[in-house]
Design a protein around this ligand. Structure first.
Ligand code: ATP
Ligand code: MG
Length: 159
């Protein structure tokens, strides 16, 4: 399966999918989370971490660019937010070279900041707010979700 979706998900459904992803995906797994500000990248990333067995508070990596958590099954969860990266080469200071080599789930917000340096084996996950301006306010809590498999990324549970 090389592409999943597009499928509209509310926050509860996106969270449920993230938890299944965290619980079930084979490691190493790299997930590049794409979407504008407020698209739900962090919501999804935290759900994946919980699903992987991470307990306790999960801060948003706004000032630190990377957080590492210990999950169950010996899985480490790396949550990166590259929004504040000014030059893609700064990722080398974050331990980028080893990312996705061990038994870990790597979640990358704003992967565009280091596009050329992303691991080839990964899922690109697109979160889109449905077309604004059409006036159907009841859709504002839905995100259209699509996942595209690159290289040899492990199977992803369906949204
Ligand atoms: N279907 C949905 N899925 C995810 N979040 C939703 C959904 N509907 C509404 N929301 C809300 O949208 C916001 C998403 O915030 P979040 O921090 O996850 O965005 P983000 O993509 O990480 O943004 P940033 O680029 O600033 O890091 C939250 O306030 C959440 O409650
Ligand atoms: Mg975020």
């Amino acid at each position: 399966m090389s592409e999943l979706g597009p499928v509209p998900l509310n926050e509860l459904q996106l969270t449920a999918w993230g938890e299944r992803v965290g619980a079930l995906i084979d490691v190493p797994a790299v997930l590049a989370l794409r979407g504008e500000l407020g698209a739900g990248k962090s919501v999804f990333a935290r759900a994946v971490a919980r699903g992987a067995g991470v307990h306790g508070p999960l801060p948003s990596p706004t000032f630190n660019l990377v957080f590492v958590y210990q999950g169950a099954r010996g899985v480490d969860v790396y949550h990166l937010d590259l929004y504040r990266l000014e030059h893609s080469a700064e990722v080398w200071e974050l331990g980028w070279r080893e990312l996705g080599d061990g038994p870990e789930i790597v979640l990358i917000e704003w992967p565009e900041r280091a596009e050329a340096l992303l691991p080839e084996d990964r899922w690109d996950i697109y979160l889109e707010k449905p077309g604004s301006g059409s006036g159907s306010g009841s859709d504002s809590d839905v995100r259209v979700v699509r996942a595209v498999r690159r290289g040899e990324a492990p199977e992803l549970p369906r949204p």
